[in-house]
Design a protein. Structure first.
Length: 127
C-alpha cells in the first residue's frame, strides 16, 4: 500500500505542476506573473486535492472543514519549502533550474510526510 500511495502521490504532484504551469502560461499575458501564479497555484491545489483525496488516499476519508484546511496548510508549507530552498540556492549562485529541482524534491518529501501523517493520517480519517 505504501509504494502504491507514494506512486500516486508523485503522479498527483506531477499533475499539479503541469496544471500550475499551463494555467500560469495562459494567464501571464493578461494577469501578470503575481496574479497569474496565484490563480495557477490555487487551480493546481484543487487538482492535487482531487487526485490525492480520490485516488492516493482513497482508503481514508477526510472528515470536516478543519481536516480539509490541513490540506491547504500542508500544501502552503510545502510551497514555502520549495520556494525557500529555491531562493536560498539562487542567492548563493546556484543555477535556477538546479535550485528548482532541489526545492521541488525536498518539498515533495515534506508534502508526502505531511499529507500521509497529518492530513490523511489513520487516526484522523475514517477507513
Amino acid at each position: 500500500m505504501m509504494r502504491r500511495r507514494a506512486l500516486f502521490f508523485i503522479a498527483a504532484g506531477g499533475t499539479g505542476f503541469a496544471v500550475n504551469g499551463l494555467v500560469l502560461t495562459a494567464l501571464l499575458p493578461w494577469a501578470g506573473p503575481w496574479i497569474g501564479q496565484g490563480v495557477a497555484y490555487l487551480t493546481s491545489l484543487v487538482a492535487t486535492w482531487w487526485i490525492n483525496s480520490r485516488i492516493t488516499f482513497a482508503d481514508r476519508t477526510i472528515k470536516g472543514v478543519k481536516s480539509k484546511s490541513r490540506y491547504v496548510a500542508a500544501s502552503l508549507a510545502a510551497t514555502a519549502i520549495v520556494n525557500g530552498i529555491y531562493a536560498l540556492l539562487v542567492l548563493r549562485g546556484v543555477h535556477p533550474f538546479v535550485s528548482l529541482v532541489a526545492g521541488a524534491i525536498t518539498g515533495a518529501f515534506a508534502s508526502y510526510g505531511l499529507m500521509n501523517r497529518w492530513v490523511f493520517g489513520e487516526k484522523l480519517c475514517q477507513q
